[in-house]
Design a protein around this ligand. Structure first.
Ligand code: ADP
Ligand code: MG
Length: 264
């Protein structure tokens, strides 16, 4: 692996886990076409952590969803661990999503009728791992996020920070190629944000995961080994210019909404 990250979107060495070539995404809104991603290109070596910041509405979630196989792009290509995921048919894309990608969202999306341990083990059990092995792996991951004494708790019996730590553990249970985190601390107070951020990065480092984090949280972004800013449909290297301060979205996008499935 190389520490060199990218040079004008071109990988300069090492094994590249994620590569995007001229990714384009448009949304049609009434009579307008919103050109959200206008040719996004980058390459991320294996095991590197990357933070993507940008104003609210700049397309950060859109980009992450495309990388994670949750959405399709309108142009360009995405390769993850050598596989062109943009060429996969629907069924193969679903398999990619569940086997090769770990997700952490702003909301934990834990299943409320399952314990922390069961929530973490379920993705690997569903993927075909033996129950005992899946439980062992889940226990180890919950220990990594310092929840050894909470494994039997249901989501309603956990604090917001603890639930998000369970979500971090769950994101790595299938030994994914990449972990994608979309505003993982967006719903937490500063103390819990710092704890979750630390555990997310430490977990990715320990397990050698390539981590992409979308965030408004400067502390979280600062922990990444490489930074990008999404602006006007382009992904630029580095953090936003200091003069711009916090992106608008830090204020314009309060933690609203609610979990859609199984959240508590
Ligand atoms: P960010 O995560 O950076 O805040 P998003 O990627 O969620 O931004 O959204 C980028 C832009 O695309 C926003 O203007 C949003 O309104 C628009 N958008 C996102 N999803 C859809 C959709 N399914 N249909 C139409 N517009 C969308
Ligand atoms: Mg978003």
């Amino acid at each position: 692996m190389s520490d060199s990250v990218v040079d004008s979107g071109v990988p300069v060495g090492g094994r590249v886990t994620v590569r995007a070539d001229e990714v384009v995404k448009n949304f049609v809104s009434g009579n307008d076409t919103l050109r959200i991603l206008r040719g996004v290109s980058f390459g991320i070596p294996a095991g590197v952590s990357v933070a993507i910041t940008g104003r609210s509405g700049s397309g950060k979630s859109t980009l992450l969803n495309i990388l994670g196989g949750l959405d399709r792009c309108d142009g360009g290509k995405v390769f993850v661990a050598g596989e062109e995921i943009t060429a996969l048919p629907e069924k193969a894309l679903a398999a990619y999503r569940s086997r090769k990608v770990g997700f952490v969202f702003q909301f934990h999306y834990l299943l409320k009728d399952f314990t922390a341990l069961e929530n973490v083990m379920l993705p690997s059990y569903i993927a075909g791992m033996k129950k005992r092995d899946a439980l062992d792996r889940a226990r180890a991951l919950l220990s990594d996020v310092k929840l050894d004494d909470r494994v039997g708790h249901y989501p309603s019996q956990l604090s917001g920070g603890e639930r998000q730590r369970v979500a971090v553990a769950r994101s790595m249970v299938n030994d994914p190629d990449i972990v994608l985190a979309d505003e993982p601390t967006g719903n937490l107070d500063p103390d819990n944000s710092a704890i979750v951020a630390e555990l997310l990065f430490a977990g990715a480092e320990k397990w050698g995961k390539t981590l992409l984090v979308v965030t408004h949280d400067e502390n979280l972004a600062g922990r990444a080994s490489a930074r990008y800013t999404l602006e006007k449909g382009q992904l630029l290297e580095g953090p936003p210019p200091a003069s711009s301060g916090l992106p608008d979205g830090a204020l314009a996008c309060p933690p609203g909404g609610k979990p859609e499935d199984g959240g508590v």
